[in-house]
Design a protein around this ligand. Structure first.
Ligand SMILES: Cc1cc2nc3c(=O)[nH]c(=O)nc-3n(C[C@H](O)[C@H](O)[C@H](O)COP(=O)(O)OP(=O)(O)OC[C@H]3O[C@@H](n4cnc5c(N)ncnc54)[C@H](O)[C@@H]3O)c2cc1C
Length: 419
């Protein structure tokens, strides 16, 4: 009978433990979950601003950064959005979808999700060792994983061996919520390659110049990052002007490009009217339209934003739309759709939601997440070099990888017994 250890009690570790524990009594003797924090799922509890954005209709291989597309396709064929919906429903977490395809629990509460998973762990007989940090792991000739860990409450050190190990230790982001990236060195020591780590899904700092006047205002805008004439990436989403630049999904989806290119002089382009440009052009050229320039823009923006945009163009806000010249329109469109700002930096691990980089996916089987280097070792969740945009893409991967690894162990029955 196998003794299974799981390092990390975030969403991926909890899901992996619940699945693996289904094999207890049928090939698995015990499942032990190690979490260094006194509570499980501290980061999960704050996701989606406390509402827990679990997945997205846009989940598909091409939406993710990191692995080659075939690896990602194989993984998502085995665990698509419908699979997550089914698995969570069975655990007692029904989910629903917003009009724009973002999935949340019916409770709209990340704290409820954590509590349900905790109850399931207890119910399935998982041995929980919270406030316990796994410091070292070694792999013996007998193919056992020897874990050295410290009980953080008593300060006592222990060593125990296990037959199978699932590493769900996360990345480096928001270290105060648990994961600090310290376990990557152990994975490296076991022979795994760790692709360069950097903060992702964070704010982008820019020289706002006169646009500082928009501080505190939110827009749905198209964003793009340029290195000279070369566009490194585009996104669309809600963003907010801050003291140092911009924050919100519209820029967070691009922040890794800034972190990955620290030496380049990058620029951020904002297009505030991309989604309305045709409507605006039609309205502006409609001969029956008797409105002023200010009234035209008030269709799309708040008065504060409109007054700022018009002052940037230098045009008279009361000028009738019909009297605007071609040159006036050019000035207007330039301000509204091609505003460019020099980038001065991006968020660090303290304010970026994710860690890009991590364990190289080619070293893991995408069907089971088992290591191709160390048999019996599985690596899941944010520790792997895969990340997606804001919108539930990353919890989807945490749950998908964990489910597949846990299920593989639960169904192994006697398959692993002799190894
Ligand atoms: C503010 C914020 C909001 C977010 N919102 C969303 C969202 O709405 N939707 C979405 O898809 N994603 C969101 N994310 C990202 C999402 O939280 C992560 O993708 C997810 O938590 C990764 O899960 P994980 O289990 O792999 O890692 P983690 O959640 O980081 O869990 C890893 C756990 O392992 C423990 N650990 C590490 N090393 C050891 C060790 N040596 N011994 C014992 N324990 C150890 C850590 O303490 C930690 O609890 C958000 C992230 C943040 C920071």
């Amino acid at each position: 009978m196998l003794r299974v250890a799981i390092i990390g009690g975030g969403p991926s570790g909890m899901m992996a433990a619940i699945e693996a524990a289904k094999g207890i009594g049928r090939g698995i003797q015990s499942v032990t979950l190690f979490e260094q924090e006194p509570k499980l799922g501290r980061k999960l509890a704050v996701t989606g601003a406390g509402r827990c954005n679990l997945s997205n209709d846009g989940v598909q291989a091409s939406a993710y950064h990191g692995p080659d597309i075939d690896w990602m396709e194989t993984l998502l064929e085995r665990f698509a959005v419908e699979d997550l919906e089914r698995v969570l429903y069975r655990l007692g977490i029904p989910i629903y979808k917003t009009d724009d395809g973002w999935y949340y629990p019916l409770s709209q509460s990340a704290a409820s999700v954590v509590s349900i998973l905790e109850e399931r762990l207890v119910g399935q007989g998982v041995t929980m060792r919270v406030a316990t940090t796994v410091k070292r792991v070694s792999y013996s000739q007998e193919r056992k994983f020897i874990l050295s860990f410290t009980d953080n409450t008593s300060g006592q050190n222990y060593t125990e061996d296990f037959d199978k190990l699932i590493v769900a230790s996360g990345g480096k982001s928001y270290p105060e919520l648990g994961a600090k990236g310290r376990f990557f060195s152990q994975l490296e020591a076991l022979g795994h390659s760790i692709n360069p780590l950097c903060p992702a899904l964070g704010p982008i700092d820019v020289h706002l110049g006169s646009f500082t006047a928009l501080k505190g205002l939110r827009f749905d805008a198209h964003t793009a990052i340029y290195d000279g004439d070369e566009c490194l990436g585009r996104s669309f989403g809600n963003l907010i002007f801050t003291k140092n630049g911009l924050n919100g999904p519209g820029v967070m989806n691009l922040s890794h490009l800034v972190s990955q290119n620290p030496k380049k002089s990058l620029e951020l382009e904002l297009n505030f009217i991309g989604q309305w440009i045709e409507e605006l052009a039609e309205t502006a050229t409609d001969e029956a339209n008797q409105s002023s320039l200010r009234a035209l823009l008030l269709r799309y923006f708040t008065p504060k934003a409109v007054d700022f945009f018009i002052s940037e163009t230098g045009l008279n806000p009361n000028k009738q739309v019909q009297q605007l010249t071609e040159a006036d329109f050019q000035r207007l469109f330039k301000t509204l759709s091609m505003a460019r700002f020099p980038i001065t930096g991006a968020g660090d691990y303290s304010n970026s939601q994710l860690t890009a980089g991590g364990v190289a996916t080619e070293e893991l089987d995408p069907c089971t997440l088992e290591s191709k280097i160390v048999p019996g070792l599985f690596i899941v969740g944010e520790a792997i070099d895969v990340f997606g945009p804001c919108g539930g893409y990353n919890l989807h991967i945490a749950f998908a990888t964990a489910y597949l690894a846990g299920k593989t162990l639960a169904e192994s029955n006697n398959k692993f017994k002799e190894t």
